[in-house]
Design a protein around this ligand. Structure first.
Ligand SMILES: [Fe+2]
Length: 382
């Protein structure tokens, strides 16, 4: 953070910069992006639509262990590099359902990763990405609680990758090539779970709104902090504040700390307060969170349409953490008013199952309705 222009303009009285990203900053003022703003595209059909609903092609060769109830699954016993196209389709469905899937000890290299990820769609290109196929991810060892004094972009904040795009990314895959022994974990929060955790009144409120996702704050900070020029001009995009996942059909909150600056339909003060709540809601979501400790060769694949993530800032030495990320374009976010939340679906399926069991003469404990000696649930009360 010390390379930020704002560090050169500290008030001796307050200890804070006199201005944040003013026009005096030549790094921002003098930059002209080389590429135009993107137009909307229709990406190829999501590979998860081609999966076996039971994911049998993948799960016959790999062991899946859920790390928390609502998000995150560890997949072991396989090398991604050896998976067939059918198994990759099953993997996409697993990611869409569980939010993020982890693997350790992978033998992929960058070329292999790029080739593998092309299976999932058209490779995205981050505004600051010079190599069109992948982006290098480092980490953060600055004090994120203090960074806001120098830059309005919460660079260590919870985000879905480049959610400001007209076609924000669907899947991302990060593979770690160098990593400190401790520190630099990444955490993910389920946006399915965040929606479920709202009261019905707040669910309705968010469903009626569009969130403004902007690249403007990141644009300035990239120029100032990262020392590279963004390829495209900054944009502000209005996306539904609650979106429907095109594969699972589930509702997910579509607001994040990193790129959302407000709500299009609200007055400024209403918008600020609601955004403040939404950011708190994400930070308070330890029941919807999974935290991953990296090793060299570890991989995480996640779905940006139903999760947000952030690297947990640490004190490790700069340059000791390096990962390669590949990302593919997703659909333009939409809200299907007839879609259901994850909780609603679970309840509906449970009810349907109970109805079926009743018709088949099985009670809710999974036993025969005559309650004979096999009714173990009556004994095991705890
Ligand atoms: Fe990210």
């Amino acid at each position: 953070m010390a390379t930020l222009e704002a560090h050169k303009h500290i008030s001796p009285d307050s200890g804070y910069p006199t201005v944040l990203h003013p026009n005096f900053n030549p790094k921002i003022r003098n930059w002209t992006p080389t590429d135009p703003i993107r137009s909307e595209i229709t990406p190829p059909k999501d590979r998860a639509h081609f999966a076996d609903p039971a994911k049998s092609r993948l799960l016959s060769v790999a062991t899946a262990t859920d790390l928390t109830e609502g998000i995150g699954t560890l997949l072991s016993g396989v090398q991604l590099s050896q998976l067939t196209p059918d198994q990759l389709d099953d993997l996409a469905l697993l990611v869409a359902e569980r939010g993020v899937v982890f693997l350790r000890g992978q033998d992929l290299d960058t070329a292999g990763q790029v080739k593998l990820f092309s299976h999932f769609g058209i490779l995205d290109k981050h505004p600051a990405q010079k190599n069109s196929a992948h982006v290098t991810i480092k980490g953060s060892s600055s004090d994120w609680r203090q960074d806001a004094a120098y830059t309005p972009w919460p660079q260590a904040g919870w985000h879905a990758d480049t959610s400001f795009e007209v076609n924000p990314p669907s899947y991302s895959l990060l593979r770690m090539e160098a990593h400190p022994d401790v520190g630099g974990d990444t955490a993910w929060v389920s946006q399915y779970g965040l929606f479920d955790a709202l009261s019905p009144a707040y669910q309705q409120l968010f469903e009626g709104l569009h969130a403004v996702h902007t690249s403007r704050l990141q644009y300035d900070t990239i120029l100032d902090l990262w020392g590279v020029g963004p390829n495209r001009p900054p944009i502000d995009t209005h996306h539904p504040a609650v979106r429907t996942h095109p594969v699972t059909g589930l509702k997910a909150l579509n607001v994040n700390e990193g790129f959302t600056t407000g709500f299009a339909e609200l007055k400024r003060v209403e918008s600020d307060k609601l955004l403040d709540f939404a950011n708190w809601h994400i930070h308070a979501a330890d029941d919807q969170l999974v935290r991953w400790k990296w090793e060299v060769g570890s991989v995480a694949m996640w779905d940006n349409r139903c999760t947000v993530h952030r690297v947990i800032p640490g004190r490790y030495e700069a340059g000791t953490r390096r990962g390669v990320r590949t990302t593919v374009f997703g659909e333009k976010p939409f809200l299907d008013p007839n879609s259901e939340s994850r909780d609603e679906r679970e309840k509906r399926l449970k009810k349907e199952k109970e109805g079926e069991d009743t018709r088949n003469g099985v009670n809710a404990n999974g036993n025969g309705t005559d309650g004979g000696p096999g009714d173990a649930n009556k004994v095991n009360g705890s």
